[in-house]
Design a protein around this ligand. Structure first.
Ligand code: MLT
Length: 306
């Protein structure tokens, strides 16, 4: 079967698909009509997050039967349009969880210990030991908004840092029994009680702008927000106002409503640390996501072409 690959993909994953007998057509970075044209004759599409599988693309690609997203978020695929056209869509939700959870702590510690400016100062020859006094994580309360795979990996690491962990997840049908030590709440009770709010929700119409001016105003002024989920879950204007006014002490952001964000005012604030959507950017995560995606594709194609 012809499989179109439009985003960078782990080499071992591509090799696995080839050895299963599939023909790979590689067109990096195509979007819109160009993507639809590249899909001619292809029954499968393998992407990461950059390729936008819109309703229009789906309409113009009649041969397409399955889309596999190597990674977690499916906000780059129009799921309703895919369902209407009977195109199967799969992701690899387990592959990135550890990598994102590790980045949450990398960013949080970097924010709380001023690692980025302290390192930059030292490299310029300034030994600023007292200026960069930070804060411990131990004894502080972490609030997780979203308690799926990533939220749970964050909780496990927070426990090792001796933090109190609270979580709210409006989408979770049943609380995982092994996480009885995590205090369950709802978003309204969580906000005023946490020192750190970390977001782990997908971007959907229900979660877009979920953390806005009202929610930020309910948080403690010395709290910080960590967002390694999707930029659109937070109202960036409201976040900017809260950070500028001192209503919120800091933010660690790996994601933005528009990526790349360009010269964004949030990036100019000293109480913001930011990275270019690096959550899944580890060799380990890419290898896991690529191989998992290849296996899903191989299975799905075996079923739909049988
Ligand atoms: C994901 O959804 O898999 C992560 O945010 C990583 C990414 O999109 O690159």
């Amino acid at each position: 079967v012809k499989v179109l690959v439009t985003d960078p993909m782990d080499a071992a994953a591509l090799a696995r698909l080839r050895s299963a007998g599939h023909e790979l057509v590689e067109h990096r970075g195509v979007q819109g009509a160009e993507l639809a044209a590249a899909l001619a004759g292809c029954q499968a599409l393998l992407v990461r997050g950059a390729t936008k599988v819109t309703a229009e693309v789906l309409r113009l690609a009649p041969d397409l039967r399955v889309v596999v997203r190597a990674g977690t978020g499916l906000d780059n695929v129009d799921l309703d349009a895919a369902r209407a056209r009977d195109v199967a869509v799969h992701n690899t939700p387990a592959a990135n969880a550890i990598s994102v959870a590790e980045l949450v702590f990398g960013l949080l510690i970097a924010l709380e210990r001023h690692l980025v400016p302290a390192s930059a100062d030292l490299k310029r020859g300034h030994w600023e030991k007292t200026r960069y006094q930070g804060r411990d994580l131990a004894g502080r309360t972490l609030g997780l908004l979203g308690f799926g795979r990533i939220g749970r990996e964050v909780a496990v690491r927070a426990r090792a840092f001796a933090m109190t962990v609270r979580a709210a997840d409006p989408l979770l049908p049943a609380w995982p029994p092994e996480f009885g030590w995590v205090q369950r709440g709802d978003i309204e009770t969580l906000l005023p009680e946490v020192d750190v709010l970390s977001l782990h929700l997908p971007l959907t119409p229900a979660t877009r702008g979920l953390i806005g001016a009202r929610e930020l105003a309910r948080m403690r002024p010395d709290a910080v927000v960590v967002n390694c989920a999707r930029g659109g879950v937070v109202d960036e204007e409201a976040l900017l106002r809260a950070l500028r006014s001192g209503a919120l002490r800091g933010a660690a952001l790996d994601v933005f409503a528009v990526e790349p964000p360009g010269p964004h005012p949030l990036l100019e604030l000293p109480n913001v640390i930011a990275t270019p959507h690096l959550g899944a950017s580890t060799a380990d995560a890419q290898a896991r996501a690529g191989l998992e995606a290849a296996d899903i594709l191989i299975d799905t194609l075996a079923r739909i072409t049988a």
